[in-house]
Design a protein around this ligand. Structure first.
Ligand SMILES: Cc1cc2nc3c(=O)[nH]c(=O)nc-3n(C[C@H](O)[C@H](O)[C@H](O)COP(=O)(O)O)c2cc1C
Length: 191
């Protein structure tokens, strides 16, 4: 007997923007998706997650950002990648740039701040799923020099962890695949 949350977690799949319809995501749904991020666990109440949300014509600004950072970092990725990322930007009704802002003089280890932002991101994916909204976590230019600063994150260690593309799926979503079962990833110590 599976719990509702387990069913939701295991049903969520990455759906690429090429498989999104043009249907807009209602504002109330998007707000709840973002609000869910704010309830992620975090050490020391730092709440280090920050979001920039691109939609409508704002997506052209996202395309411009990708192009600017790509051009500032030549020879890292081939030009086909730039084209793909820019096309993804217009195929998704909403793109959320997920960032980590480290508190000044933060005593919490960097890895824990990143863990908190990852937890917030999973909340986004799952709340989207609960509303029938599909998601695609794309890295593209996230980790290139200049990206975090361009999105207003200019502190030491601040970073962008990825771009969450949201939209409704055109077709039925495929079943998930995992290379090995959870049993192979657990060590039980019982006595
Ligand atoms: C940190 C992170 C970065 C990712 N970056 C990319 C990416 O750049 N391109 C991509 O196609 N998928 C990316 N993904 C999505 C994975 O490909 C996807 O989660 C994986 O294939 C498992 O499929 P599922 O999400 O349907 O379970 C990323 C996922 C994570 C957690």
């Amino acid at each position: 007997m599976s719990s509702d949350i387990f069913k939701l977690i295991s049903k969520r799949r990455t759906v690429k923007p090429a498989n999104f319809t043009e249907e807009e995501i209602p504002e109330a749904v998007l707000k709840e998706i973002l609000e869910s991020a704010n309830w992620a666990p975090n050490h020391g109440r730092t709440e280090p997650w920050r979001f920039t949300v691109f939609s409508g014509k704002g997506r052209i600004k996202f395309q411009d950002l990708i192009e600017k950072i790509y051009n500032e970092n030549p020879d890292v990725y081939p030009p086909e990648k730039l084209k793909k990322w820019q096309s993804n930007a217009l195929l998704a009704p909403v793109i959320i740039a997920v960032g980590m802002k480290r508190t000044e003089a933060c005593k919490i280890p960097l890895i824990e701040e990143l863990c908190a932002v990852s937890a917030a991101t999973q909340n986004i994916l799952l709340t989207a799923e609960a509303h029938g909204v599909c998601s695609y976590w794309g890295s593209s230019i996230s980790h290139l020099p200049g990206t975090a600063e361009a999105l207003g994150l200019d502190g030491k260690d601040d970073c962008i962890i990825g771009f969450i593309h949201l939209g409704y799926a055109k077709d039925e979503v495929h079943d998930g695949v995992r290379k090995s079962s959870i049993d192979e990833k657990i060590t039980w110590i019982t006595e």
